[in-house]
Design a protein around this ligand. Structure first.
Ligand code: NI
Length: 174
């Protein structure tokens, strides 16, 4: 197992949609192990493949945050969701930023495990919120896209300042 380097906003790789996993082999199993190790080492409760620079449609969650609730979702799809709430979120790929977003606190998801077996799973509260955050990542979306427009504008200005500081003129895909 190995820890993987984390990709940070505004890196364009965070804006690419994931590709469906079709090969359920040893390489995938080892990648998932590395994702879990990285999530644990970074002390976060969820991680998507995009955040470690990989295009595979895979995320891992650990809503308890202590390694006791680790679940793997390959090619996840949210089938239904209920009970919207305002939740304060942050993201490993967007350091030092928090914001309130609307999320369902109950959902039904379908996905595959590391061996390719399809399963359906009902998730509540933090597990449901975390999976939505990760499924967003897999579609190239970030939680800042869900903030209100004034908050987004402030973050946009901050991001441009950061980019200028880094001397980069690279444009971020919308
Ligand atoms: Ni995130």
């Amino acid at each position: 197992m190995a820890q993987l380097p984390v990709v940070e906003h505004p890196d364009g790789r965070l804006r690419e949609a994931a590709e469906t996993v079709t090969e359920f082999d040893a390489n995938l199993a080892s990648f998932i192990d590395d994702m879990i190790e990285t999530m644990r080492a970074q002390q976060v409760i969820g991680l998507s493949a995009q955040q470690v620079g990989d295009r595979r449609n895979v995320c891992v969650i650990d809503p308890e945050g202590d390694g006791s609730s680790v679940e793997v979702f390959v090619n996840p799809v949210i089938l239904a969701s209920w009970r919207t709430a305002i939740v304060e979120e942050s993201c490993l790929s967007i350091p030092d930023l928090e914001g309130n977003v609307f999320r369902a606190t109950r959902l039904r998801a379908r996905a595959q495990d590391a061996a390719g077996n399809t399963f359906t799973r009902d998730l509540n509260d933090m597990a449901a919120v975390t999976l939505q955050h990760e499924v967003d990542h897999l579609a190239g979306k970030l939680f800042i896209d869900r903030l209100n427009p004034i908050r987004r504008l402030a973050i946009g200005l901050r991001t441009r300042a950061k980019r200028k500081q880094a001397g980069s003129e690279r444009q971020e895909p919308a």
